[in-house]
Design a protein around this ligand. Structure first.
Ligand SMILES: NC(=O)C1=CN([C@@H]2O[C@H](COP(=O)(O)OP(=O)(O)OC[C@H]3O[C@@H](n4cnc5c(N)ncnc54)[C@H](OP(=O)(O)O)[C@@H]3O)[C@@H](O)[C@H]2O)C=CC1
Ligand SMILES: O=C(O)C1=N[C@H](C(=O)O)C[C@H](O)C1
Length: 262
């Protein structure tokens, strides 16, 4: 039985991940962290018979709870502390949180490698999104003009999305600089042309109604290639999260990207 705890257990992803874990025969939800709902019980949150209270801090959870895997869906400025403390306790970590500072992530990855503790992070747990990124990476070998448009719900904390940044990073593995000969017109409104990663312009849309969507557009001579993915519900992330929970204990270090677990 894999004993699972969830950081951000009261959030949109934390709740759905917890409900999904509760339905698995080989997993047991044994605790969670979320300051705003600390003290509420798992029973109250998920309508089950369980009086375990939600912790206010990761430190409180670590001293009170025996577990095998911590799942983090919080905020980019919160997750690093949780990951560090959990690794110090030699417990496996699965992270979906985006917006984590790159240098922080490198440092935590090295820590996991040195301690030989499983630390898995996926900017996107949906299978379709992973394929979209793989296809975009492949297209980048042949087409050197590209832009990314990502569209999300308006509660999202970070922009651009972790998926957009990961896509740009993977594309850049096949081509160092995009849009070299683009003549950029004057931006009459600041940021109208988007932000840039290795020349790839990224545009973020935030509107109620969206869940998580992305288009990678490649421009060629007289042609456009559009690679699009739509997460229509957060259920799309659940199979990937379950796969990571089942595999993280065998990792002995840091791994990024769901494609590396498939
Ligand atoms: N990798 C993937 O496939 C996916 C990644 N994500 C990412 O997951 C993250 C969470 O997304 P989402 O669930 O929509 O966001 P939510 O805002 O709904 O959830 C985040 C939760 O974390 C809580 N929180 C704040 N501080 C702490 C803390 N110190 N310890 C524990 N919990 C804390 C928040 O509480 P409060 O609201 O009171 O601050 C909130 O309940 C984001 O970074 C998002 O980009 C989302 C979907 C898929
Ligand atoms: O905040 C979200 O909702 C999502 N965040 C991740 C990201 O930043 O890429 C994954 C997915 O896009 C949903």
């Amino acid at each position: 039985m894999i004993r699972v705890v969830v950081s951000g257990i009261g959030g949109k992803m934390g709740r759905m991940v917890s409900e999904t874990v509760l339905k698995q025969h080989d997993m047991k939800l044994v605790g969670g962290v979320d300051p705003a709902i600390a003290g509420k019980t798992l029973g109250e949150l998920f309508k089950i018979d369980d009086s375990t209270p939600v912790s206010a801090t990761i430190e409180d959870l670590l001293v009170k709870t025996q577990f095998d895997v911590l799942i983090d869906f919080t905020r980019g400025n919160v997750a690093p502390h949780t990951i560090e403390k959990t690794l110090e306790y030699r417990r496996n970590v699965v992270v979906g949180t985006t917006g984590i500072d790159g240098k922080e992530l490198d440092r935590l990855g090295k820590m996991a490698n040195e301690l030989k503790v499983g630390f898995f992070l996926a900017p996107n747990f949906s299978l379709g999104a992973v394929l979209m990124m793989e296809f975009a990476k492949k297209a980048a070998r042949y087409l050197d003009h590209a832009e990314i448009i990502e569209l999300h719900h308006n509660q999202k904390a970070d922009a651009p999305s972790g998926t957009a940044l990961r896509t740009a990073y993977l594309m850049s593995e096949n081509l160092k600089v995009f849009n070299k000969d683009t003549v950029q017109g004057e931006e009459k409104i600041k940021c109208a042309l988007g932000g840039e990663v290795n020349g790839i312009r990224i545009h973020s849309v935030r509107l109620p109604g969206f869940v998580a969507h992305q288009e990678v557009l490649f421009g060629g001579v007289g042609e456009i290639l559009t690679i699009r993915h739509d997460s229509l519900s957060r259920e799309s992330f659940m199979p990937g999260v379950l796969l990571a929970i089942r595999k993280v204990q065998g990792l002995n270090g840091f791994v990024i990207g769901l494609e590396n677990l498939l």
